[in-house]
Structures are given as structure tokens and as C-alpha cells.
Write a protein that binds this ligand. Structure first.
Ligand code: FES
Length: 214
């Protein structure tokens, strides 16, 4: 009998008692119940990761926006500065002093003021006058050729005598003269390019177009 009971127990151990089955079922249910609790953990991690990524993205776009904003502000400031402080071209004064009459020898074309002020001071035939160094054809600056005793324009070949009258090339008229006079305070020669005199208009007769010298 005893041995049969042992056999029975070992038989139930192998086959599982209803109690054990119930406990197993309960344990399995508990496991199943616990499984969904783990799922939110994974979701949270994913959400956290997503948040991390989206935060990184946000900062990237913010950086791009900031750079764009800074560039736009820089452009505005630059335009404003250009408006307030425009590029200024240096223009030599139209009226200037060139020295005393005795500084200009008879028969000389003085080129000292051609580059700086755009005139030649000429002492010729008892007169001192200031010739504007602009070709009356199309506006190139002619050169004084001492050896040939003439002004010659390098652009199209117009030529002028020492007194400014044209004699060759395409130019239709003589060089122009600027106003010239003596400053009564210091006796210096003043040239004023804002007033010009044209030979063909009879303006070289005007006493403001030359200074008499002896
Ligand atoms: S510009 Fe002087 S000859 Fe034409």
C-alpha cells in the first residue's frame, strides 16, 4: 500500500496536480500581467530618445535662424552706414593759388599743376594764362611736347599751339582758359576753374582770362 502511495505521488508529480496547475496558471497570469508593464518602459525610452533628437533638431534650426538673422542685421547696418557715410570722391578745389608772376618764366608752359589741378600755367607773349588740360574733342588730357612746342592729345591726335589754339586733328575748337587774377592781399596768382573762357566766343579778350606781365 505504502509503495503504491509513493507511486501515486510520483505519478502526480509527473502529471501535475490540479493545485500545482492552478498555481502555475496564476504565476503565468502574473507574468503576463507584468509583461505590459515592461512595454511602457521601452516606449518611454523611445520617446525620450525622440525628444532628444527633436531637441537637437530644434537647436540646429535655431542656430541656422540665428546665423540668418545676424547676417540680415549685418546687411542692414552696412546699408545704413553706406547711406549715412557715402563714398566720397576727392575733387581738387576749383580755386587755388599757384605762386607769384615772377615764378613763371617767359615762354614756359608750367606743368606743375596739371596732375593736381588740371591746368597748365603759360607765360607767353606778355600774358600769363591758365589753360584747362582737357582736349576739346572728347575730353582726354593732352600732353605738352616741349620739343615740338605744342600740346598733343594722345587719343585722336588733336594738336594745339602754346596759346591753346587748335591746328590739327579732329578737335573743333581751342583749349579753354580758366579765370586768373592776382590776390590783392598777398600778390599770389589765383586760378579759378569754375569760370572758363572760350576763344571762339571772344572771351579771351576778358581781362579775367589772363594777367599782363612785363
Ligand atoms: S579726345 Fe583729344 S583728339 Fe579726341
Amino acid at each position: 500500500m505504502e509503495s503504491g502511495g509513493n507511486d501515486f505521488r510520483s505519478g502526480t508529480m509527473a502529471e501535475e496536480t490540479p493545485k500545482e496547475a492552478a498555481e502555475k496558471q496564476t504565476s503565468s497570469s502574473a507574468k503576463d500581467a507584468a509583461a505590459p508593464a515592461a512595454a511602457p518602459k521601452g516606449k518611454k525610452a523611445a520617446e525620450k530618445e525622440g525628444k532628444k533628437v527633436s531637441r537637437r533638431g530644434f537647436f540646429s534650426w535655431a542656430a541656422v535662424g540665428w546665423v540668418g538673422f545676424t547676417a540680415a542685421i549685418g546687411g542692414c547696418v552696412s546699408a545704413f552706414n553706406r547711406f549715412m557715410f557715402p563714398n566720397v570722391l576727392y575733387e581738387p578745389p576749383t580755386s587755388f593759388k599757384v605762386g607769384r608772376p615772377e615764378d613763371f618764366a617767359e615762354g614756359i608752359v608750367d606743368e606743375r599743376f596739371k596732375e593736381s589741378n588740371g591746368v597748365w600755367i603759360v607765360n607767353s607773349g606778355g600774358s600769363l594764362y591758365a589753360l584747362i588740360a582737357i582736349c576739346t574733342h572728347l575730353g582726354c588730357p593732352p600732353n605738352w611736347l616741349e620739343a615740338q612746342n605744342k600740346f598733343k592729345c594722345p587719343c585722336h591726335g588733336s594738336g594745339y599751339y602754346k596759346n591753346g589754339i587748335n591746328f590739327e586733328g579732329p578737335t573743333p575748337r581751342p583749349l579753354e582758359r580758366a579765370k586768373i587774377f592776382l590776390d590783392p592781399d598777398d600778390g599770389q596768382i589765383v586760378v579759378d576753374k569754375s569760370q572758363r573762357y572760350q576763344w571762339e566766343m571772344g572771351q579771351w579778350e576778358d581781362t579775367d582770362s589772363f594777367i599782363e606781365v612785363v
